[in-house]
Write a protein that binds this ligand. Structure first.
Ligand SMILES: Nc1nc2c(ncn2[C@@H]2O[C@H](COP(=O)(O)OP(=O)(O)O)[C@@H](O)[C@H]2O)c(=O)[nH]1
Ligand SMILES: [Mg+2]
Length: 311
């Protein structure tokens, strides 16, 4: 993600001005004396960082926030700015922004209330249903008993898709007929979990566009009836900067507590998590990193920094 910045630095600092033929110890020393000190102007540095971030799909607001924080930090760096010190400051600033919104992230495995009810929201194709399968797999592997609620009764095939995932993972599922009331599916799943003393209820939902009032009302009804302990908005890393608009549209209609970002494995630009943290102010609790059931990991800021600074 920071290739451009690295290249800029290597262009300025690493290029030797000494002709190959003159590379004896003595002549090197002579050249050093005459060579003007190589520097990068502060505004040139800031502009390059700004461009790099914007090209990596970091939102404009988040980029401004990073540059402003960086300005005060870079003031402390000595005259000669090298890539390592800029990278280290940049990492610190990005980490602060992400941590500011992740400090209150819930640890799903240590919740006391059982059954713990989780509702998944998000527009079509973001990866809700797949993420529910992955979460069921994750929870089951941690010794938890899970039931899925097939409350996307709107799209043909959605119930079957969740059913296949439930069978593959080996967890229970509550489903009604296509077009039936999603709130009643959620209600039944919670009832079932209580009766069987299960630990988690994961509720799927149909993809809601903010333009469709009926679907929005239905989603609000699921929330009213199920009274979830946690509502998760599923966001697709691939949609770039639109992610903020999408999240804000949701929050103006229905509240949510945390975010799961999917398809990080295909997010070549990498800036989505920074934009989400700066723009949405909700914790990112898990990230999806592939299409298989094991491809979900609890979000960890150091893992993310490592990923974006090494790619
Ligand atoms: N590469 C990748 N694909 C994913 C990930 N999560 C979901 N998908 C794919 O995204 C597509 C849509 O997923 P689906 O769960 O049906 O989305 P929904 O409409 O929100 O329920 C499917 O092809 C999934 O395999 C992920 O983390 N990485
Ligand atoms: Mg779905």
């Amino acid at each position: 993600m920071f290739d451009k910045l690295k290249k800029k630095f290597s262009d300025i600092f690493s290029k030797s001005d000494i002709p190959e033929t003159d590379k004896t110890v003595a002549s090197k020393a002579d050249y050093k004396k005459e060579e003007p000190e190589k520097t990068i102007k502060r505004d040139e540095l800031e502009n390059t960082i700004e461009e790099t971030l914007l090209e990596a799909d970091v939102s404009f607001d988040a980029t401004e926030q990073i540059i402003n924080n960086l300005k005060s930090n870079l003031g402390k760096v000595k005259r000669k700015i090298d890539y390592a010190s800029v990278e280290s400051e940049l990492k610190d600033v990005i980490k602060q922004i992400i941590n500011a919104n992740n400090s209150n992230a819930i640890d799903i495995l240590s919740v006391e209330k059982k059954p713990f009810v989780i509702l998944f929201l998000g527009i079509n194709g973001t990866g809700k249903t797949t993420t529910i399968g992955k979460m069921a797999y994750y929870l089951k592997n941690h010794g938890q008993k899970v039931v899925l609620a097939a409350a996307d009764t709107f799209r043909a095939g959605a119930i079957d898709q969740l059913n296949i995932l439930a069978n593959n993972v080996g967890v229970e599922i509550i489903k009604h007929d296509f077009k039936s009331d999603p709130a009643s599916v959620a209600f039944d799943a919670i009832d079932h979990a209580r009766a069987r003393k299960l630990d988690y209820v994961l509720i799927d939902s149909a993809g809601r566009m903010h333009t469709n009032k009926n679907l929005l009302d239905e989603m609000k009804k699921i929330k009213r009836v199920a009274k979830p302990d946690l509502t998760i908005l599923v966001l697709d890393a691939m949609i770039g900067q639109d992610v903020i608009d999408q999240a804000n549209t949701f929050s103006s209609e229905i509240s949510y507590d945390a975010v799961i970002v999917t398809k990080l494995d295909t997010d070549a630009r990498g800036g989505s998590i920074i934009s989400i943290s700066a723009g949405i102010k909700k914790p990112v609790i898990f990230v999806g990193i592939g299409q298989n059931m094991e491809d979900i990991i609890p979000f960890n800021v150091d893992w993310y920094l490592n990923k974006i600074f090494s790619s």
